[in-house]
Write a protein that binds this ligand. Structure first.
Ligand SMILES: *Cc1c(COP(=O)(O)O)cnc(C)c1O
Length: 360
């Protein structure tokens, strides 16, 4: 599909842009442009792709997304390499997952090539927005929502796909220091048969109250347990978990439909195996987590995702328990894996797996 390029009347001047990307924060700064692609079941599906100025969108107040939350998104980063080129990390995995999410939310799938093309187009256009600060990247947010004006309950017939970009620094202000986790015992994130494996806004909406509860209790993030037995450790609001044992074994919860299949998770499994560690995808209970931490069998717990890369978990607190992992600070594996992964992404460590896609 051809992208129509719309002129930008007033892009941010170079000097202001440079100043802004020197300390980008996370998710508050945006580039000059965006991609919009329309879908209409009655017009042959995907049509009309534009790359134009980033601007407010106009929606009918009856747009289905505003009432029934038919919405999905992705999160990925473009990394600036030393030679000035920009690189994506396993973007075809994001394209695939976008379609898996679309299926679950009764939304149209998008050809993977069209998804990737939109990414390449925006990254090329806004390449000067990529920050070079340590831990920095151009965060890409593709999303799709039901735009049809209709209050009946059924899958919409019209959708909009939009791609925006945001220069970002470290997700946690503390950088790679360890985080403190709150165990949510009153709330769950996802139930069997629900939408936990889809990257859809509703999962995040449901996580905000427990997240606020965690912050009230002095924690950075929330860990969710399974909805049925409230026993098995699942994941954080936006990050997957790994448990590193003292015998070279690493455990991560299996993808049973209630956990988001993280691309960082999948990459870490490969990297850990490459280090000679045994990685098992198996259920791990909150009681086991505490007893392994207390006995010293558990050396480290890692949280991982695109935004925060690999972040060590130092302390875990809930209504009726509290424990520290290792010394409470970053462990060896967390530090090593963070360096390895960011090295591959930034082009300073050999990409044995073919994960990096240069955008030019
Ligand atoms: C996006 C997300 C992750 C991490 O996925 P990555 O592909 O590694 O960025 C983990 N959990 C949830 C709930 C998510 O939405």
């Amino acid at each position: 599909m051809d992208f129509e390029h719309l002129p930008h009347p007033a892009p941010v001047p170079g000097e202001s842009r440079q100043q802004a990307i020197a300390d980008p924060g996370f998710g508050t700064l945006f580039t000059d442009h965006m991609v919009v692609i329309d879908y209409d079941a009655d017009k042959g599906g995907w049509h009309k792709a534009t790359l134009g100025p980033r601007e407010p969108i106009s929606l009918d107040p009856a747009a289905a997304v505003l009432h029934y939350a038919q919405e999905i998104f992705e999160g990925m980063k473009a990394y600036k390499h030393a030679d000035g080129s920009l690189a994506l990390f396993r973007p075809e995995q994001n394209a695939r997952r976008f379609n898996a999410s679309a299926k679950r939310m009764a939304m149209p799938e998008m050809p993977e090539e069209l998804f990737l093309d939109s990414i390449r187009q925006l990254v090329s256009k806004d390449r000067d927005w990529a920050p070079t600060v340590e831990g920095g990247a151009l965060y890409l947010r593709p999303f799709m929502f039901a735009s049809e004006a209709f209050l009946g309950v059924r899958p919409a017939r019209q959708y909009k796909y939009i791609l925006i970009a945001s220069p970002v620094g470290n997700y946690f202000k503390s950088g790679s220091k360890s985080v403190k986790i709150w165990i949510s015992s009153d709330y769950v994130r996802a139930a069997p048969g629900g939408t936990g494996a889809a990257k859809t806004g509703g999962n995040y909406a449901a996580s905000l109250v427990p997240q606020a509860e965690g912050i009230e209790n002095g924690c950075d993030q929330v860990v969710f347990l399974d909805a049925v037995e409230k026993k098995w450790v699942e994941e954080l609001g936006g990050m997957n978990l790994f448990f590193v044992m003292d015998n070279g074994r690493v455990v991560t919860p299996p993808l049973t439909g209630t956990i988001l299949p993280g691309i960082t998770r999948d990459s870490l499994i490969e990297l850990l195996r490459g280090e000679g560690l045994t990685v098992s995808e198996e259920l791990y209970s909150i009681d086991q987590w505490q007893s392994d931490a207390d006995s010293g069998k558990l050396l480290e717990t890692l949280a991982c995702g695109t935004a925060a890369v690999v972040t060590p978990v130092g302390e875990v607190t809930g209504k009726d328990r509290s424990f520290t992992i290792g010394s409470g600070g970053p462990g060896q594996i967390a530090t090593k894996m963070r360096e390895r992964l960011t090295g591959i992404q930034l082009g300073t460590v050999e990409d044995k797996y073919g994960w990096v896609m240069k955008v030019g």
